[in-house]
Design a protein around this ligand. Sequence first.
Ligand code: ZN
Ligand code: FE
Length: 254
Amino acid sequence: MMTISPINAFSDNYIWLIERGQQAFVVDPGEPDPVLTRLAERGLELAGILITHHHFDHTGAVQVLQEKTGCDTWGPASSPAGIFDHTVTEGDRASVLGESFEVLEVPGHTLDHIAYFCSAQSALFCGDTLFVGGCGRVFEGTTAQMRASLEKLSALPTDTRIYCAHEYTLGNLAFAQMVEPDNVALSTFVAACQDKRARDVPTVPSVLEGELSYNPFLRWSSAAIRQTLIDAGRLRDDSPDGVFSAVREWKNQA
Ligand code: ZN
Ligand code: FE
């Protein structure tokens, strides 16, 4: 059986640990020590590393882990992070402990950003593209690129679990409630997440079906969000890209 669990890193990063038997993969290891500690505690051998994008909080441990374990690495083909053993692009597949992980290109946060989707486990590892209740900042791409990437992820099966790389949920949801105050699915989810955080339990993974109901960065078709933007004098372009850009810009300033 394959299991997926978080390893905490820095102040709010999750490095995802994928285990089957005594073998493991990690996704986006920014720091080596928490990974090495967990591997030792559980008696696991590191077989591979999956990277979603070049930022240091996702790649900082790659070299050390590779040297210490000799594991293989997978990462985006056009990445400033350097050379991986396996460079992957849209539609490529990585074999992860006997399961097939499909690569989706999701530029926007960075231009090299990719996500890994495992249909057998209904699991998506999406780095800093889609967050629980939010999305990554658009650093390198355009907001239109980012929205297209999120639209691609929205089309995955609705039971897909969203393994993103940061615990940003409560801040994201506070913003979501500002742009869509009457969303009942959102207020129900906020209460559940506040309860988890009070007990120091991760809010990640969430489920795509839920994200579609409360995440304002997937809700460019919401009449309520459009109305909030209009009332705030923030909707300059009434199109999906215009709504998404206005929401992203507002969040950047909030
Ligand atoms: Zn990032
Ligand atoms: Fe990050």
